[in-house]
Design a protein around this ligand. Sequence first.
Ligand code: PRX
Length: 637
Amino acid sequence: MSNYHIKHLEEYFQVYRKSVRYPEKFWEEIAEEHFLWRKRWDKVLEWDFTKPEVKWFQGAKLNITENCIDKHLFSHGDETAIIFEPNNPDEEAQHISYNELHRRVCKFANVLKSKGIKKGDRVCIYLPMIPELSVAMLACARIGAIHSIVFAGFSSSALATRILDSDCKMVITSDGSYRGSKTIDLKSIVDAALEKCPDVKNVLVAKRIDSDIHLKEGRDEWLQPLLDEADENCKPEMMDAEDPLFILYTSGSTGKPKGMMHTCGGYMVYTAYTFKNVFNYRTGDVYWCTADIGWITGHSYIVYGPLANCATTVMFEGVPSYPDFGRFWDIVEKHKVNQFYTAPTAIRALAKENLEYVESHDLSSLKVLGTVGEPINEEAWHWYNDNVGKKNCPVVDTWWQTETGGIMISPIPHSTPTIPTYATLPLPGIQPALMDDEGSEIKGNQVQGKLCIKFPWPGMARTVWGDHQRYKDTYFSAYENKYFSGDGALRDGVGYYRITGRADDVIIVSGHNLGTAPIEDAINEHQAVAESAIVGFPHEVKGNALYGYVILKEAGESRKHENVRKEINQIITEHIGPIAKLDKIQFVSGLPKTRSGKIMRRILRKIASNDTDNLGDTSTLLNPEVVDEIIENSLNK
Ligand code: PRX
C-alpha cells in the first residue's frame, strides 16, 4: 500500500525515484493492488513517441464501472456516492448511495441497449450538472459505448461540429437547465444542432425544468418512462484496457476542436491514484470539485477518480453567485466538505466581494484546497489560503490538461511545502522536461523553457479522434521523443515548477481554453468584416479577456461600428458560445504582418496589454506603419 498514499516529503522522493527508475513496476503494483481486472495484462507498457503509440496494461480486461461502483457495493453500498446540490438552495439536496447509483446506471445502460447502442458506438451527452449526467456517462462506460460530453454552455453550432466529428448516433439531453436566476432552453439548442446531423437516430430527454418542449416524432423521447421500464441489472461489457472510454473535445490554436480520446485501463488507474494522493482523500471524506463535468476536470475529478476510490463526491448544478456570493461557502458548510477544488477565476471573482460572505460560514470541515485550469496569481492564492483555508489547509495548485487525463504537477498535501503560484513537483511517474528554442532539454535549476513530458503515463490521451496525424503534429513533433504540452514553465532553485502560460495561440479565459482561429473564423463570417485577429490581455477576474482587431471591408461611421461590435459578439455566441465573446473590439485599417503574411500576434498582444514601450523590432514587418495607428487608437490605453 505504501505506493498509494504518500504521507511525507521523504516518502514522496522515495516513491518518485522508484517511479522513474522502474516505471512499469511502479504502475503495475498500483494496478494490481487497487483495481478489479477481469483478466490480467500481458504487458504493462509498450510505447513509441515517434509514431506516437502508447499502450498500458495490454491484454487486460476490465470495466471501469465495476471499479467505480460494483466493487464498493458489498461493504459500502449504503454510503453516499454522489451528493447532488441543486441550483436553487430551497430544493432539497439528493444523496445517491452506491447501491442507488448501481441501480440507476444499470437501468440507463439497458435503455441505451434497447435503443441499439453497443460497444464502440459514440453517444453525445449534452446535459447540465444534474445526476443524469454522471449516470449517463457511467451507463455508456457500462456497455462499452464511447461518451462524448459537450459542455452545455456551448452553442448549437459547436455542438453540431462535435457530434459530426465523432459521428455520434445518439444525443442525451434535457428539456432545459437552471443556472442562477436563468433558465436555459437546452432542447432547442439540440434541435438546431441536429438539423446538421442527420445520422443521430435517437435523442433521450431528461426532464429538469418541466417546460413544454417539442419532441420530434420517431427521434426524441422522454428518458424517465424508459428508465422506469428498464431492468435494474446490466452485466458490464468486458473492455480491453486500451479500448476507448471517452472522447472529449479541446480547442486547438488552429482548425476544428480536437477530440481527445482516452482509454479504459490507464485512465482509470491514473485518475484514481492521483485523486487519492493530491486530495489526500480518506474514507468518509466529502469531496467537492466545482467544475462542470463537461470539462476534463469534471470527468476525472468529479466522476471517475473519486468513484474509483469509493469517495463521496458533490455535484453542484448552480453558479457561485446565486442566490448570493456566499453560495460556495454555504455548500461547504451544509455538506461538511473536506476537500474543495475550484478554478482561480472563481477565486478572483469571490475575492472581490464582501469578506462577510466567507466569514459568515463555518468552513472548519475543510482539509485541502485545490486550484486548476490556469495560473493562479499570488493575491488570489493568499486570499484562498487565508480566508477559506484559514492558513490550515494545504493549497494544491494542480497543473494538467484535457490531454493528460489527470493531474501531472502538484503539491501533495502535508508532504510538499507550497509556494504561491507554483504547481511545485511532478507526481510520481511524471517526467517533465524544459526545452529551449533549439530543441534541447535545459538541465539544472533556475531555468525556463517549454514544458514537455518525456515518458508516458497511464492517463495520457492516445489519439485525436479520427486524426492521428494531428495528434502527432500537435504534441509529438515540436520536440523529438517528447510530449509537448503547449505551455511554458520555469523551474526554480529547488526544482519547483511554475507554469507561465500558453506558448501557443490558445487563450485561457476564465479557465476555458479558447483557440484564436475558430473565433477569428466566426468573426470573419460577418459580412462587413475583411479580416480579424484575436489576442488575450490580462483581466482581473477572468485571468485573460479577449481583444479583437478587426478590419472592415468599408470604413464606416462610428454609430455603425457599435452595431458591428454587437453583431460580432452575437456571431461568436452562435458559433462557439458566450464564453468566447470579445471584451474589446478595435477597428483597424491593417494588421501587422511578417513578410510571409503571418500576423504578428506578439505585437498585438503587447498593444492590448498596454505594454507598448518595448515592441521589439518592427522594421521587418510588411506594414510597420500600421503599428502606430493601432497604438494610437488602442482601447486599452
Ligand atoms: O495552460 C495550462 C492551463 O490549462 C491548460 C489545459 O486546459 P484544459 O485542457 O482545458 O484543462 C484544464 C483542466 C485540467 C494547460 O495547458 N492550466 C491548467 N492547470 C494549470 C494551468 N496553468 C497554470 N497552472 C495550473 N495549475
